[in-house]
Design a protein around this ligand. Sequence first.
Ligand code: FE2
Length: 194
Amino acid sequence: MSNLSHLSDASREHTIAQFIADAHEVLAHSGVTESSLRALGDLLRRLAQLPDLIPDHDLAAMHGSDSSATVLHSDGAEAMTLVLAKFSPTAETPIHDHGSWAAACVVRGRDRYRHWERLEDSATPSRAELHLLYERELGPGDVVYWLDPPDDIHSQQGIDEPVWELLLFGKNAMIRPRHYFDPTTGAVRVALPQ
Ligand SMILES: [Fe+2]
């Protein structure tokens, strides 16, 4: 790999554009499968080594907390979108979905990632019973991925300090409504990212 420590903005844009091209190639070849999402995770792991990825300035707030996210690249509202996100250690994100597959790779910090399964479905869309499917602790270079709905329900929290992650979504998750789940009451609400 070339020396990435002195990348100009143009080189950085080129690296991200090449990443997106590589990701399209993976999906064109295999479609959205666990195997292709693992391959996208490998691409994210390489991209996570890009220097100066984490900005000095604050990103847009998300989940109504000090978590935040910014879009690095988007092919459109319903198309592939690359996001850099920061998850707070002070509170877990609400349990939510994105209406899309995604792969995520930790850039800096540690993440307690929880993946949830919805037990009761569609009969009462505003109510849901959730089951914790698995919990993982992720460090730099670790990857997690999820498939399209209904397999995209999760929550995250930084451990001791904020955790920074690259996420590649099949759709622009930052501008599309998502479901927020309350595991105590069973309430489900639809809202834009907050
Ligand atoms: Fe999420």
